[in-house]
Design a protein around this ligand. Sequence first.
Ligand code: CA
Length: 664
Amino acid sequence: MKKAIMLAGWMILFLSAFTQKIDYNSYPVYTGTDLGLTYSPRQSLFRIWSPPADNARLLIYKNGITDTASLIISMKKNTAGTWTAILPGDQKGKFYAFRVHINNEWLDEVPDPYAKAVGVNGKKGMIIDLKQTNPPGWEKDASPPAPLLVERGEAAIIYELHIRDASMAANSGIKNKGKFLGLTERGTKNEEGLSTGLDHLKELGVTHIHLLPCFDFYSVDETRPDLPQYNWGYEPLNYNTPEGSYSTNPYDGAVRIREFKQLVKTFHENGLRVIMDVVYNHTMLTEQSYFNQLVPGYYYRHTRDGKFSNGTGCGNETASERAMMRKFMLESVKYWVQEYHIDGFRFDLMGVHDIGTMNLISKELHKIKPGILLYGEGWTAGSSPLPDSLRAIKANAARLDRIAVFSDDIRDGIKGSVFDNNDRGFVSNKPGMEESIKFGIVASCKHPQVDYSKVNYSKFAYAAQPTNTITYAECHDNHALWDKLAISAKDATEAERKQMQKLALSIVLTSQGIPFLHAGTEFLRSKKGNENSYNAGDSINAIDWSLKSKNRDVFEYVKTLIKIRKEHPAFRMASSEEIAANLEFLADLPGGVVAYTINGAAVKDKWNKIMVVFNGTPKMQNIAVPTGYWSKALVSGSDPAGDITFAVSNQLLVGAYSCVILYQ
Ligand code: CA
């Protein structure tokens, strides 16, 4: 995540009277699972947790917009710091909010953080019958059968997509533009007749669609679809409801639920799994957040002088180590899996969270869904009061239980630092990047032939297993890869940069670990040089589906790489020991060339032996390779050897900026 840092400055200046001198650990912990609304046609039971309150009210509304409550009910103090109210009869369709009284003051009226349905812009909870939000056939919905080893992540190929980006361009051919439903449409095509949207995802062959934030976020005004609004969505408002602007009717809290379920179901029917990008590390609002208006200060970390700490760069950071925040996160992800059949989560700024909470989440989610895929950003965006040793950061990846971290080592090894626009990487002929590429090939695991002292960032193998590592060259943050190459390799021709991008994706899709693709990278997506497009609008962000026609060769190449990866377990070995034993780097190569062989037979691959060569230099390289009858699987660029089916000499010609995959 990288978003509006501008909020941070003034928000942390707020000094909460409550945040000082309070021992939050003295608050009783509620262990029940009925926080928020428990609906039945006979009654609606409301329960909120607010130990410091001496009074609490439930406000009932006829709709989600009015400020005039039709009913105000005094809540009863209940066990473990909770407050309850019961409304008899069928209350379906009404809206609600709460206010608590603390230190002689009524705080703002807010829906509870557990709200499962909300009105427009998420300002009030909505009483609904969740059973009635299921699309037809929902009870039969199941995740696609696990591809080989998906339980441990190795077979997954992740595709990161923003709901709105997928369909907004006129040439998407999609009717429900910017909506969940847009990605449920079949048979959509661009102007040249090539598939778009859902059909494109199927054609490409990826296994998991990682959706940028789909929970209810703050900035897009859901009452104004006529305005040119856009946001990535890293602005959490209601964690347990889908975003209203992606629905066809944001006023009725049930519609967005049904439509998001429809999307999940359609993806599942088409062999795709769904990953949600979740952002528990901060809330969009700080003092005024729904957490903070019910239990001031509790859900956040603070600096020594009582201010909100800001490890996220967004004005606050949540405190996952506190019992009720940990419980909230755990129940929230469980809810998405159980109610929406979600198949995985990407944790934004996961380094803000403590390892204990992340491992508890992993343990509990794996019990429900053994094939669940969990990963996150193993870093923060600022300093945090929680010690590094306790945080789910990249350096602690080996202590995370079945949770992967993004490898910025391979990302920037491939293309150059994201913080220096002009910096180049291995694919754009920067010298000295070989060990960073090798580090990525072995998925940040221990390998006797990697010189860790020469890896760009990490000087040790932080991954215990390949499934600890997400391998990528680009994501929504920073410049699109195609733009980064245009800026940093400006002397190269467009044809050369195309070769560089294909080489980058070759590295991502042949490396051990879990590969991750940014939507559109397979046909050279550009964001027109915008490196932080979080609110930049459709003109920058919408996927231009004409690129699929224009760069069809790149698309076909990536599709082939994906096919090879799925068919060959050698590219997704199950353990670091297997990698160390069966993957051997070739020695004495020219600078800017990395090559290795895999003993395919040892890992039950149908290819007995595999050789992969990457040439990141602008010239053809003649390299010494093990003698043998090598067949060609894939060549990314010009093929100096022509249409060979085998080579018996120990010399191999590899074209400029290109990848060669051979097998025996
Ligand atoms: Ca919203």
